[in-house]
Design a protein around this ligand. Structure first.
Ligand code: HEM
Length: 408
């Protein structure tokens, strides 16, 4: 179905884990297994253009780094791309790359928009969208599950949250695809940079329009809130809108496409879902573990410290690999098997601790809607063409998955 070269542990010394091609084109599970067993805290060497960084692979070490945002700060960046470039200019202003009291206050403001009660109308609309998109795909006979089904779901929900007008949604989607992951092997950092700046400009305009507008969306919520007794400025509003769209669009999309692929590749699990032997909520957790759309998170050590018995010096970059922790045999029984009724399922797909994903409830509802839609509306799925991976050292999954869906 998808052909990826398996990398053997012996090749470890030749690998650069910051290389997007490596993650897109190869299967690293043997390397992760080797690292967890023999070098749970590994050093990815410096290159001519970028510093070296620590690679943390065991579940216990990953959660202990996530838990402590005093010793391991996100303010130097929280993904390799920005950490290796020397930092992120939005640090201290955008939720995911802010720590301390300011993070707690900003998070409290945003949490009110992400409670199950607040999300009720958005989740209802997600379910309607999933049903419509699946019925359209079934009617057409064949579809690209990524572009024709998955792409319309999370972005629609975030645009609802932010109050983005319908006419702008296709434009925002095209920008988010090139800003974070990449659908082409040869697209450059400059393309991503341009897309990011266009998103920022778009939200700066929207934030200006929304001040005192009486709207009831997240932009208006941010515009009406205070941190440390001061209102958020336009830049802070714009950056936090940007972080919702980049954090919640492609990640969720990739897990939905990954869900379809996983069901295709595991007919027994597809049948279990269809028979009702696997409950949707439990299956969602396994799909999240199985797909792990955010491969890693990154931190900077603020003081000399230890991770898994290794000395890490102040100022060094520490990357924690969800992709490896979610396969850790110390936590998961037969981690290499897809088991839709797996419980417990302590995956770290949404991170852990103070930066735990703000959109986890929404993402779970979206993936659940897709699984329920496939179960109820689709009798049979067949892959009709080659799948294509996204090229990223942060995001993992497919940008294209041609499928034929037959009605139930
Ligand atoms: C944080 C993954 C969906 C918004 C995070 C983090 C991860 C993550 C790993 C922690 C980053 C870090 O510690 O540096 C995912 C995955 C998703 C998903 C895999 C889908 C399957 C969403 C959605 C939204 C969202 C739907 C919003 C609409 C955020 C925000 C943060 C965050 C705002 C920062 C929280 C904080 O720093 O306090 N997400 N996410 N995510 N996510 Fe998600």
């Amino acid at each position: 179905m998808t052909t990826r070269r398996t990398i053997a542990p012996e090749e470890l010394d030749t690998l650069n884990l910051a290389d997007p091609r490596l993650h897109a084109e190869s299967d690293l599970s043997a390397v992760w297994h080797h690292l967890r067993e023999h070098q749970p805290v590994h050093r990815n060497p410096a290159t001519d253009s970028a510093p070296g960084f620590w690679v943390v692979t065991r579940h216990a070490d990953v959660t202990s780094v996530y838990r402590d945002n005093t010793v391991f700060t996100s303010e130097g960046g929280n993904v390799l791309e920005t950490l290796l470039a020397g930092g992120d200019s939005a640090a201290g202003r955008m939720l995911a790359i802010t720590d301390g009291d300011r993070h707690r206050q900003l998070r409290r403001i945003l949490l009110s928009a992400f409670s199950p009660r607040a999300l009720e109308p958005i989740v209802a609309s997600v379910r309607r969208t999933v049903e419509r998109l699946l019925r359209e795909a079934i009617e057409k006979g064949s579809c690209d599950f990524a572009a024709d089904v998955a792409a319309g779901i999370p972005l629609g929900a975030i645009c609802d949250l932010l109050g983005v007008p319908d006419r702008d949604r296709a434009y925002v989607l095209s920008l988010t695809s090139s800003a974070l992951g990449s659908h082409e092997a040869d697209s450059t950092a400059a393309d991503a940079w341009i897309a990011k700046n266009e998103i920022l400009l778009y939200f700066a305009d929207l934030a200006r329009d929304r001040r005192d507008s009486g709207h009831a969306d997240v932009i208006a919520l941010l515009a009406g809130s205070q941190v440390n007794g001061l209102p958020l400025d336009d830049d802070e509003i714009m950056l936090n809108c940007y972080s919702l769209i980049l954090g919640g669009d492609e990640t969720a999309r990739l897990s939905m496409v990954g869900a379809a692929l996983a069901l295709l590749e595991h007919p027994d699990q597809w049948q279990a879902l269809k028979r009702g032997d696997a409950a949707i909520d439990t299956a969602v957790e396994e799909i999240l573990r199985w797909t792990t759309p955010a491969l890693h998170s990154g931190r900077t050590a603020t003081t000399d410290t230890e991770v898994g018995g290794h000395l890490v010096r102040a100022g060094e970059i520490v990357t924690i690999w969800n992709a490896s922790a979610n396969q850790d045999e110390r936590i998961f029984d037969a981690p290499g098997e897809l088991r839709l009724n797996r419980t417990p399922n302590k995956h770290v797909t949404f991170a852990y601790g103070p930066h735990f994903c703000l959109g986890a409830y929404l993402a779970r509802a979206e993936i659940g809607a897709v699984l329920a839609g496939l179960r109820d509306l689709v009798a049979q799925m067949e892959q009709t063409g080659p799948a294509k991976p996204v090229y990223s050292n942060f995001l993992s999954g497919l940008s294209t998955l041609p499928l034929a869906l037959k009605a139930a």
